[in-house]
Design a protein around this ligand. Structure first.
Ligand code: 8YV
Length: 321
């Protein structure tokens, strides 16, 4: 008798390319479609060998999936997946690095300019018919500015490379200085905030980076300062940010990510010095398809016995282990 195909669980609706690639190759269960997800999990849990996610995977969920081998995360950031716990259980976790680097970096630069030059506000001004009455008020500028990057990883470096061509000075902060970049390193975030006018947050989320950008950091960024976050909302103390934006402690903020997505505090949306995006950093047709393909390639490679293509650091994989 031919072997039954591996059973894979989708925690939420996945990209159509993943659906198409898995059809016929795996038996797919879609928890989001179950009338009673709890009961469904109890029924199929022990048969599941692969999990495709965007969203939280904790020890309690892993308990329900005792034969799980691979968690394939749709996204480069996997702070919602307890990868240390997965490793302890011998489960490999994969993410989608590289394929979204340029897209997110493009968006970050766009968000810097949109926030600084108030592009959405100018668009609203024109549509509201104010232009014939008076020109749009002058804005801040990228000229003679210093830009700070919190987290000089793959995406941080891609943002820095783009910004070099804008003629701005670039500084950064991270766990350690990097030898192969021409940018100035600061060993503290507050030191970086003090030195720059624009602070771009692009470090991983999770417990280790929670609320790194707090009231003192915003104070250090100062009244000409712009905060741009394309990483995770958890890195910024949102209440402190709202207070800083209200009082002019900083000039403005461009945010693609929030503490409690998809919910955005009304206080943040009510402010005129914010540009707010619904977590669209990687959200182009092109890049989401590339991310989906990498999820597929990881899962297929795993079940064909060739190992994962892009395992995360916490679950390293070697063919001889
Ligand atoms: C999300 C992201 O994964 O890659 C990441 O870390 O934040 C995004 O690309 C995307 O929203 C899919 O859910």
């Amino acid at each position: 008798m031919p072997e039954a195909p591996p059973e894979i669980l989708f925690l939420r609706t996945m990209h159509p390319l993943i659906e198409a690639a898995f059809a016929g190759r795996f038996t797919v269960h879609r928890l989001a479609e179950a009338a009673d997800p709890e009961a469904r999990l109890t029924e199929i849990g022990a048969r599941i060998r692969g999990l495709c996610v965007g969203g939280q995977v904790d020890a309690a969920l892993m308990d329900r999936l005792p034969n799980l081998e691979i968690i394939a995360n749709f996204g480069v950031g996997y702070d919602a997946v307890d990868a240390v716990e997965a490793h302890r259980r011998g489960i490999v976790v994969t993410n989608t690095p590289d394929v979204l680097t340029d897209e997110v970096a493009d968006l970050a630069v766009g968000l810097v300019l949109a926030t600084l030059r108030r592009l959405p506000q100018a668009d609203r001004y024109l549509r509201a018919g104010h232009w014939p009455k008076a020109p749009f008020p002058l804005t801040a500028s990228l000229r003679e500015r210093r830009v700070g990057i919190l987290g000089l990883g793959r995406i941080g470096r891609a943002i820095a490379r783009r910004l070099e061509s804008f003629g701005v000075e670039i500084d950064y902060h991270g766990r350690r200085p990097q030898a192969d970049v021409p940018y100035a390193y600061h060993d503290s975030l507050i030191g970086l905030a003090r030195a720059v006018h624009i602070l771009i947050v692009v470090a991983p989320g999770g417990a280790g980076t929670k609320s790194l950008v707090d009231a003192p950091v915003l104070q250090a960024l100062g009244p000409e300062g712009i905060l741009v976050n394309v990483a995770r909302g958890s890195l910024v103390d949102e209440a402190a940010l709202i207070a800083a934006l209200r009082t002019g402690t900083i000039l403005g903020a461009g945010l693609d990510v929030f503490e409690n997505e998809p919910h955005v505090p009304a206080d943040l949306a009510a402010l005129d010095n914010t540009v707010l995006l619904p977590h669209v950093g990687s959200a182009s047709e092109h890049t989401r398809a590339a991310m989906a393909q990498l999820v597929v390639d990881n899962v297929v490679s795993w079940f064909e016995g060739r190992g994962p293509l892009t395992p995360v650091a916490e679950t390293p994989w070697s063919p001889h282990a």
